[in-house]
Design a protein around this ligand. Structure first.
Ligand code: BGC
Length: 363
């Protein structure tokens, strides 16, 4: 509360010094995104900007630069601007709980965007892609390209502070676990996952134990050094043709570069998600095998439609619900599309998501 008063006071002082008697700039909807350092969130920003251009409501977008403290300050700034709806993609699912509770106390409705905020009742709605389907698509891709038994599997995951990292892993495990149990794949880089290889449904704690070992923290450098140490730790016979579950495009490019430069790796399949421009080029060039396209146009539109429905007194449409460890949060879910070299043009260029001029060697 003290911090909130401070933010309000600061906003009032700014108003006085700039505009005499003018009111502080107000916003109806506040949007908080996790970081500008990952192209994924710049896609969302761009899509929000075009949705915002079409609405009469005032909207402000702020970035938290991978910091829960900055995220809290952003939310306080937006509260001071009188927002009615907060759309927030949290940096850390647990830490964001207290922040959204502050917003809730001010009568603001909270929409979790892409990443579910956990352990709090202060989340009204969730707008998301089907994250289990993302993981399943990755697992299925690897499986579709495997032959015989004993295929070397390397597992990587997102940040343990992101609920999505659990959903992506769960989806991949749904597909891969039976094929690890029957010997199609052999896990080469996780003793925790190997110990659980005969168990299809994992508890959250078991998932956390595996993710703790294979996490990239959503960080390119962590992904790179983890892949390097994994390949250093195994014998040449455990390399050869490799199957690599990489959790998103940024980490996929780092991991792919490491596998590509290892003399004992003579081929690899690597997954990804987000259809980041750099990874789409990697897919075209055959350096990354696939990406899962999550059309941020739909997500931004759904989130804004939901916000406007609430402002105008309606009840937003939802089609599912997600357990945030405390409550079932009503959710609107968007499907995803698998993109490989074969359908890259149709999925990403013909759909108007990107233009052909952003890529080379696209035929
Ligand atoms: C998002 C992914 C993204 C990752 C890292 C996840 O929560 O769903 O699209 O790649 O965070 O930012």
């Amino acid at each position: 509360m003290k911090k909130l008063l401070c933010a309000l006071l600061t906003a009032a002082l700014c108003t006085l010094s700039f505009g005499g008697f003018a009111l502080a700039a107000e916003a109806d909807v506040g949007i908080v995104l996790p970081t500008k350092d990952e192209p994924r969130w710049l896609q969302d920003q761009a899509r929000f900007e075009s949705v915002i251009a079409d609405t009469d409501y005032s909207v402000e977008v702020l970035f938290s630069q991978g910091s829960s403290a900055a995220e809290r300050t952003n939310v306080e700034t937006l509260i001071a601007k009188g927002i009615k709806i907060l759309i927030i993609c949290a940096h850390d699912a647990g830490a964001a709980g207290l922040t959204v509770e502050t917003a809730k106390e001010e009568g603001i409705q909270v929409i979790s965007y892409d990443r579910l905020i956990t352990g709090t009742e202060a989340v009204d709605y969730y707008v998301t892609f089907d994250s289990i389907a993302v993981g399943e698509a990755m697992g299925q891709y690897l499986l579709d390209n495997a032959q015989g038994t004993g295929n070397s599997l390397y597992l990587y995951a997102g940040a343990a502070t992101d609920n999505n990292a659990f959903l992506f892993f769960e989806g991949a495990w749904n597909i891969l676990q039976p094929k690890i149990a029957d010997g199609t794949f052999i896990i080469r880089n996780s003793s925790e996952a190997t110990a659980l290889k005969d168990q299809y449904a994992l508890t959250r704690d078991q998932q956390a134990a595996i993710i703790g070992q294979i996490t990239t923290d959503w960080d390119f450098n962590v992904a790179k050094s983890k892949a390097e140490s994994n390949l250093t730790a195994v014998a040449a016979s455990e390399k050869g043709l490799c199957y690599v579950l990489a959790p998103n495009d940024g980490t996929a490019r780092s991991i792919a570069d490491v596998f590509a430069s290892d003399a004992d790796v003579n081929g690899f399949y690597v997954t990804g998600q987000d259809a980041e421009i750099a990874s789409v080029q990697y897919v075209i060039d055959g350096k990354q095998s696939m990406t899962v396209f999550k059309d941020t146009r739909s997500l931004a539109q759904d989130a804004m439609d939901m916000a406007i429905t609430i402002i105008e007194g309606g009840v937003p449409e939802t089609d599912t619900a997600y357990d945030n460890t405390l409550i079932e949060v009503p959710a609107k879910q968007t499907p995803v599309v698998v993109v490989t070299k074969e359908n890259v043009k149709e999925a990403l260029i013909d759909s108007g998501y990107y233009s052909a001029s952003q890529f080379t060697d696209l035929d």
